[in-house]
Design a protein around this ligand. Structure first.
Ligand code: ZN
Length: 66
């Protein structure tokens, strides 16, 4: 056994309801909204539009296909 276990002491308390964590990322002259669940919005020319996509995704996330 290794004395330094890489496993964090904090228990994994991922709440499925909070899995949708959307951020916006710049892609050249475009902005794309991406979510922790793997969802990504369309490339937008304005960050505002990407934020709107993100808000819409959080409000009505796609059904879990898994
Ligand atoms: Zn999501």
């Amino acid at each position: 056994m290794h004395p330094q276990d890489p496993t964090p002491a904090v228990p994994d308390v991922h709440d499925l309801r909070n899995v949708h964590d959307v951020t916006t990322a710049e892609r050249g002259s475009f902005c794309v909204a991406r979510c922790a669940c793997g969802w990504a919005g369309p490339a937008r020319r304005s960050r505002d539009r990407a934020r709107t996509d993100a808000a819409a995704h959080i409000t009505a996330p796609p059904p879990d296909g898994d």
